[in-house]
Design a protein around this ligand. Structure first.
Ligand code: KG4
Ligand code: ZN
Length: 338
């Protein structure tokens, strides 16, 4: 008997719903992105995000069921991201999931957004099973973890300030590329020289696997100010490429060092920034040099989607985890060591 889970994700600026079979097979994956709406404001406007989720959620859920050829009665559980994320955005998905699960008499499973990102790798890489080393790099999070077992993590390092994706977004704004910053820097950097400007890689004293990205962002801003004052022209592509290299270098360096220290030879990378072409290439190079096996989801499963939530929920479902009808949005939900 297969287990089909209807999963909902509304933690930030994507209204997403998917039906996933047995934690691997994506029967449908519908993503309604609000990017165009937020672009006008240079970033995500939480209030607008919530309203747009309300507008689209019923359509997106119905389309996910239709695409999968399923009715609500035919799925085995309803899963939803309940944190971390924007509280007003999360609430829309949580309320929708609770209403649907209650009405159809199905179990409800609240999913941690980061666990969703980690689980994205299982969709296309059935051979990937715990334990392995996980690097999660998104707009809100930068975590280096040991995935000890399904839903069990040991956190080795995290960012002490900005997330990697946040640094991409802020630098893109500073150099006039606009929102969404990550993909725009990725594209711009292809025409630039990554060695043109040296941006220092920040290390966090006393915690060898932690990250700090606010320093790189400040260094880019300082560089721009100096150039402006001196009347020098700035090559935007060189700047994008050099900034990107600094971020990519530290992500790869920490991951490889952790893998060597802990003698783990399999690495799973995930999250929005994992779709960055320079990061993918550099991590692939490093892993083939060190003899590590590397797993990265396709870009569509790196950025926010509900299929990854359906995968994470499957493992919770099989472990007997169920959420109560009092499930609430938790905007600052932490990734717990279990
Ligand atoms: O995982 P995600 O969709 O949402 C969060 O959970 O945060 O990640 C979004 C982040 C944004 O900061 C975006 O700029 C970044 O991922 N991103 C990228 C690329 N595509 C998305 N960063 C660098 N290069 C990319 N190609
Ligand atoms: Zn995300």
């Amino acid at each position: 008997m297969s287990v089909d889970i209807l999963a909902i994700e509304t933690s930030c600026d994507e209204t997403a719903c998917a039906v996933v079979r047995d934690g691997r097979e994506v029967l449908s994956n519908v993503i309604y992105t609000q990017i165009d709406m937020h672009t006008e404001f240079g970033g995500v406007v939480p209030e607008l995000a919530s309203r747009a989720h309300i507008d689209k959620i019923n359509y997106v859920v119905q389309k996910a069921l239709n695409d999968a050829g399923k009715t609500l009665d035919e799925v085995d559980a309803v899963a939803v991201t309940y944190g971390p994320g924007l509280v007003g955005a999360l609430l829309v998905g949580v309320a929708e999931a609770k209403a649907m699960a209650w009405a159809a008499g199905k179990p409800l499973i609240g999913v941690h957004h980061i666990e969703g990102h980690i689980s994205a790798n299982y969709i296309e890489h059935p051979e990937l099973t715990p334990p392995y080393l996980g690097l999660i790099v998104s707009g809100g999070h930068t975590h280096l973890v040991v995935v000890k077992d399904w839903s069990k993590y040991r956190i080795l390092g995290r960012t002490v300030d900005d997330a990697a994706g946040e640094a991409f977004d802020k630098v893109a704004r500073a150099i006039g590329l606009g929102y969404p910053g990550g993909p725009k820097i990725d594209r711009e950097a292809k025409n630039g020289d990554a060695m043109a400007v040296h941006f220092p890689i920040a290390h966090v004293n006393g915690s060898e696997y932690d990250f700090s990205f606010s320093g790189i962002k400040s260094a880019v801003l300082n560089y721009l100010n100096h150039a402006q004052m001196a009347g020098d022209s700035v090559n935007r592509a060189d700047l994008a490429a050099s900034f990107q290299k600094a971020v990519v270098d530290v992500l790869v360096e920490h991951t490889v060092r952790a893998a060597k220290d802990l003698k783990i030879d399999r690495i799973g990378m995930a999250g929005g920034v994992a779709s960055n072409s320079a990061l993918r290439a550099a991590m692939e190079d490093a892993c083939s040099r060190e003899g590590f096996e590397l797993f990265i989801p396709s870009p569509i499963f790196c950025t926010d989607n509900a299929a990854m939530i359906g995968v994470a929920a499957y493992h919770e479902y099989m472990a007997g985890v169920r959420s109560g009808w009092d499930l609430n949005a938790v905007p600052n939900l932490k990734l717990e060591e279990r």
